[in-house]
Structures are given as C-alpha cells and as structure tokens.
Design a protein around this ligand. Structure first.
Ligand code: ADP
Ligand code: ZN
Length: 218
C-alpha cells in the first residue's frame, strides 16, 4: 500500500505520517528528511539541494526524483510506504505513478491535510526538530518532557533554518502554487481524501491518523 500525504508545511504531515507508518507497518519516506540527512553528511546531493532549501524553494525534479527512486529500492519499502513531501509537483506525481506501476503498486490514497493558514504560521514558529532523529515537537501543543531535549533519543532540539519567517512565507507560497494541481490530479484518480485538521478546529494529528486507519480496514 502506498499513501501520499498532501498538505502545507506545518499541517502535521510529518506527525501523521509517522503514526500511520508505524501502525500500518509501512516505510515512512520524507523527502525533506532525506535532503536534511544529505546536508548533514555533506554529500554532493546535499550541497546541490541546500541553495534551494535555504530559500524555501523546491529542489529541481532531476535531483529529487533520483533520490526518491533510490530510496524506494530499499527492502523496507516492500510492503509499501507513506510518502511525506513527495510528490510536490504534477511531474513528480506522474513519475511516481510510473515507478509504482513497474513494481506492481499504485497510490492507494492521497491524504490532503487541510489546516487554516493562520494556524500554520503559528505552528511553524512553535516548531522544534531533533538533531538526532528528526522527531518534531511543538513547544505549545506537543512539548518535550524536558525543554530542549528529544523524548525519543535525548538529542538536542533546534529551530530549522527554513523556519525563519521570510522562508516560511516563501514555503507557503510555493505550496499554494503547486497544491492545486496535485489535488486535482489525485481527485481525478479517485484516491483523494481531504481531512480538516488543526488545533483550534478540526481533528488532531492523532485523530486524523485513527480515522484513516479505520477507513483502510474497511
Ligand atoms: P515542509 O515542512 O516545507 O513540508 P520538508 O521538510 O518536507 O518541509 O522539505 C524541506 C525542503 O526540502 C523543501 O522546502 C524543499 O526545498 C525540499 N523538498 C522536500 N521535498 C521536495 C520535493 N518533493 N520536491 C522538491 N523539493 C523538495
Ligand atoms: Zn530525537
């Protein structure tokens, strides 16, 4: 089974993705995390990606697609995957369909996580990531037990470079420019599912994940 997560930066994609991957025994593949790993390890790919990521722009497809294809070859993907942050363009969606078809798989669900814009801006400002395991916290809604320290691995929590206000604005603009064509694409294929989520109205990430698991068991 393959589930694609659509949703703005800060919509809870990562959190929902991790819960679903664990409960459904699927690989959790975040292209953002893969890029950050490459940055940390100072690979050639990481160096190329950095200039785009620092500005909140999309990394060109030729780099992104190659990285994703390589990741999809790993043994933990045999069961399927939760794709978090890929595809982000229609071209990537088409490439993904071709890749999956060649493995006898397909996108079973495209989950669009719909969170109000103002809430997203606030969430990103409150967000902290772990340097060790990339776990994400919200200092207001989902704080770690000990300030600045990851509950999972004890790593240091930090605010990512691309969580600075100007970069966040750009990431959201990039999202708005590309989201619609993806939503249309998956709607046409009859696999789109939209969930209103958020802390103020709608469901929490945990509730969304639960809902989806129920739906898939039907
Ligand atoms: P976000 O919270 O904005 O969804 P991610 O952690 O998913 O952030 O991605 C961080 C950055 O990595 C993006 O701003 C972009 O530069 C790059 N990136 C991640 N996935 C893709 C993709 N599928 N295509 C192009 N660039 C990507
Ligand atoms: Zn950690």
């Amino acid at each position: 089974m393959v589930i694609v997560l659509l949703g703005a930066p800060g919509s809870g994609k990562g959190t929902i993705g991790k819960i679903l991957a664990e409960n459904l025994k699927l690989a959790h593949i975040s292209t953002g995390d893969l890029f950050r790993e490459n940055l940390k390890n100072e690979t050639e790919l990481g160096k190329k990606a950095k200039e785009y990521m620092d500005k909140g722009e999309l990394v060109p497809d030729e780099i992104t697609v190659k990285m994703l294809e390589k990741r999809m070859e790993e043994p933990d993907v045999a069961n399927g995957a939760i794709l978090d942050g890929f595809p982000r363009t229609k071209n990537q969606a088409v490439v993904l369909d071709e890749l999956l078809e060649s493995k006898g798989k397909k996108v079973n669900m495209a989950l669009n996580i719909d969170v109000p814009f103002d809430e997203i801006v606030e969430r990103i400002a409150n967000r902290r990531s772990c340097r060790g395991c990339s776990e994400i916290y919200n200092v207001v809604f989902n704080p770690p037990k000990k300030e600045g320290i990851c509950d999972v691995c004890g790593g240091e929590l930090y605010q990512r470079e691309d969580q600075k206000p100007e970069v966040v604005q750009n990431r959201l603009k990039v999202y708005e420019n590309t989201a619609e064509e993806l939503i249309k694409y998956y709607n046409t294929k009859n696999v789109l599912r939209t969930e209103k989520a958020g802390d103020k109205a709608g469901k929490s990430s945990y509730e969304v994940a639960e809902e989806i698991e129920k739906e898939l068991k039907k």
